[in-house]
Design a protein around this ligand. Sequence first.
Ligand SMILES: NC(=O)C1=CN([C@@H]2O[C@H](COP(=O)(O)OP(=O)(O)OC[C@H]3O[C@@H](n4cnc5c(N)ncnc54)[C@H](OP(=O)(O)O)[C@@H]3O)[C@@H](O)[C@H]2O)[C@@H](O)CC1
Ligand SMILES: [K+]
Length: 510
Amino acid sequence: MTQAPPEDHRGRALYRAEQVRELDRRVIASGVAGFALMQRAAASAWRYLRATWPEVRHLSVLCGGGNNGGDGHVLAALAAAEGLSVQRILVKPVESLEGDARRAAEMADAAGVGRQPWKDGTTLSGELVVDALLGTGLAGEVRGASRSAIAAINASGRPVLAIDIPSGLHADTGAELGEAVRATHTITFIGDKLGLHTGRGPARVGKLVVDDLAAPREAFEGMTPAAWRLGRALIAALLPPRERNAHKGAMGHALVLGGATGMGGAGLLAAEACARLGAGKVSLATDPAHVAASLIRRPEVMAHGVRGLADLGELPQKADVLVVGPGLGRGSWGQAMLQAALAAERPLVVDADALNLLAERLAGQWRDDWILTPHPGEAARLLGIGTADVEADRPAAAQALQQRFGGVVVLKGAGSLVAGPAGLAVCPCGNPGMASGGMGDALSGMLGALVAQGLSLEMAARLGVLVHALAADMAARQGGERGLLAGDLASCARILVNPTMDEDDAVATR
Ligand SMILES: NC(=O)C1=CN([C@@H]2O[C@H](COP(=O)(O)OP(=O)(O)OC[C@H]3O[C@@H](n4cnc5c(N)ncnc54)[C@H](OP(=O)(O)O)[C@@H]3O)[C@@H](O)[C@H]2O)[C@@H](O)CC1
Ligand SMILES: [K+]
């Protein structure tokens, strides 16, 4: 049935609303009438609903004024034809509808499906709510009746199947325009949409299925996806089993510069994660006060007590990649370490306070050999805008950073984005347990390890972000999200970067 381009190691293609509209146009031009496509969409949603909730007898279907609403009307008719009772609610009068949406509403009328206009206070009586208010046509903050209908859906406490997109969620950015439906399930059509996977998307979409509605392969030809949704196939594609004669010299040497006075844990977490992801050698340049702790916790890491540039000596030149930022601080020590890293002519992973120092003191730096890993606050400082502006359009912020600073940019947060010369990728994994200190330090160390082992910066960033999030998911399965620690990730990540291991049999080591 699926005609869309198959997923490969790059992951699944994601599109923007305008691109999906163009795909719709191409499918229609190939000979499928628009209304037939709407019927396919509704039939697909109905099949999914029936398979997921076979016991449900009574539905509430909320229909907007466009074709998303049209899908809802057709679904309501299909459900009624199979004997379900349907509460069909319209936010716009049928007389104001046009085109396929009007035809769909009249079809449901003709099938004898009752309808009622949305009014504030209307009780949603269904055991299940179908959200067909707004799809790819959403423009601007949700207004009028749709606004209160969305709030009522969210207050209903019922399972919600969102048609195409949870209403109120922006298909391109994943921003919530006012309030968005909190769906338990979403079925999306023709092409998967970027906004379902970043920003508020992951928190609003619930379980997601994609149906390309049998769109012909040719419809996708020549259309560059807006982004790639990373998948596990990337791990095996980029990390084949090691040659049996591998030696540590060939696995790269990573140097972590971090851990100013009182912030030793950050540098250590980065170094440990770096080692667990397979760097041949890992060095840590840290405040001398932290060396003993490092040796006790991870004797494999070569910890150097560094009071300043003189102590650092030629260490940066001996490494293949430098990770600068974890626990760096913004004081003279951190500034010296960053200067040394920038001068070392080695690929860099730049995180945390190194990014803040860049924003404060080193504006205008552009390199093609670094990975920058800001969270939204750091991204905002680098761009000179507010954090809310970053969150309002995360894909645009990631791409703006990449254009302004060069290299590869990882914009962290739910649905982490990787922007590089090959385009945009989004990570669909991870969990709220990652909202705890040190997670970013572990990520920067992992990225350093992958660069050390010879991956391009962009592939290292994509793979590192994915493995970091998958490791957090694995650790959360073992012990739950609350209380998940950054230090729990490295051992899980080790299992993941050895894809021939059976994850269930593998025993996480500390
Ligand atoms: N043939 C096809 O193409 C296929 C398309 N398919 C389906 O169609 C969907 C796209 O349909 P679409 O383009 O009609 O847009 P849609 O999402 O219904 O929104 C338009 C409505 O929303 C309203 N509205 C907009 N902004 C608003 C706001 N801020 N606040 C409040 N209201 C707002 C706007 O009102 P207006 O601005 O006109 O007053 C209008 O009533 C797509 O997601 C998929 O489900 C499938 O059936 C497969 C075949
Ligand atoms: K919807």
